[in-house]
Ligand binder design. Structure first.
Ligand code: TZP
Ligand code: MG
Length: 239
């Protein structure tokens, strides 16, 4: 769907869909273990109050039936708030609950199959930890890339080594689809990942583990938006 067009030169990125970028600014991933005992709907509601634009349903231990129940509840909430609902790993659950899309990693359903199942109308996010993985994901029809883990994270045991921000810069040079930085993103380093080339961020602990979920989401959204704005002002001046 998105990505480098045939014959298009690699170079400074031309944003393909500003509207999609805007709607993918701040992903908050649900995580039971890091939620300090607060239930998923409380966490998601508070995150949306703070400006999350995407709730990603991610529950590695739930039964399919529980995922469906959670997905339906989140579907109603995100629809009411004008936010996207994306389901991690499970394309079947995404389709069953009428989610806006699904996110797959390198060990999940292959991206091209996920695209076929989702059809052209739903969003497909794919994790990439290398430029090669990013190229394959784009070729398979990803709408956005989850790039990372950028920094060390304690939240995903099998996340692999931190890539650093250079991967974002390399991807930004090559692709025009939204690049969502993930892994150890905090309010302190969010500006750095945007400056490196991310168009949005995805977090777990920085929001769901925060004492003040709404405040944490609000601060992150503010940093992402102000950094993007200052970058686009600078780009405007330079050409
Ligand atoms: N994929 C790559 S890193 C990661 C996922 C799901 C975990 C992100 O969690 P945190 O707490 O924001 O580092
Ligand atoms: Mg996965």
């Amino acid at each position: 769907m998105a990505g480098l067009k045939r014959g298009q030169k690699r170079g400074p990125r031309i944003r393909q869909s500003k509207e999609l970028d805007r709607r993918l600014l701040l992903h908050v991933l649900t995580d039971r273990e890091w939620s300090r005992g607060r239930d998923m709907m409380t966490v998601a509601t508070a995150a949306l109050d703070g400006g999350a634009t995407v709730i990603q349903l991610r529950d590695k231990h739930a039964s399919t039936r529980t995922l469906i129940e959670e997905g339906l509840a989140l579907r109603a909430l995100t629809r009411e708030r004008g936010a996207f609902l994306i389901v991690n790993d499970r394309v079947d659950v995404a389709l069953a609950v009428g989610a806006d899309g699904a996110h797959v990693g390198q060990q999940d359903l292959p991206a091209a199959m996920a695209r076929r199942l989702l059809g052209p109308g739903r969003i497909l996010g794919v994790s990439a930890a290398t430029v090669q993985e990013a190229r394959e994901a784009v070729a398979a029809g990803a709408d956005y890339l989850g790039v990372g883990p950028i920094f060390a994270t304690a939240t995903k045991a099998d996340a692999g080594p931190a890539t650093g921000t250079r991967l974002l810069t390399e991807c930004a040079r090559e692709f025009t689809l939204p690049l969502i930085a993930i892994g150890g993103i905090t309010v302190e380093n969010a500006a750095q990942v945007i400056q490196a080339g991310a168009t949005g961020i995805a977090v777990i602990t920085a929001v769901v583990h925060a004492e003040d979920i709404t405040g944490a989401a609000r601060q992150l959204r503010h940093v992402v938006e102000t950094t993007l704005r200052s970058l686009s002002r600078r780009e405007g001046k330079n050409g």
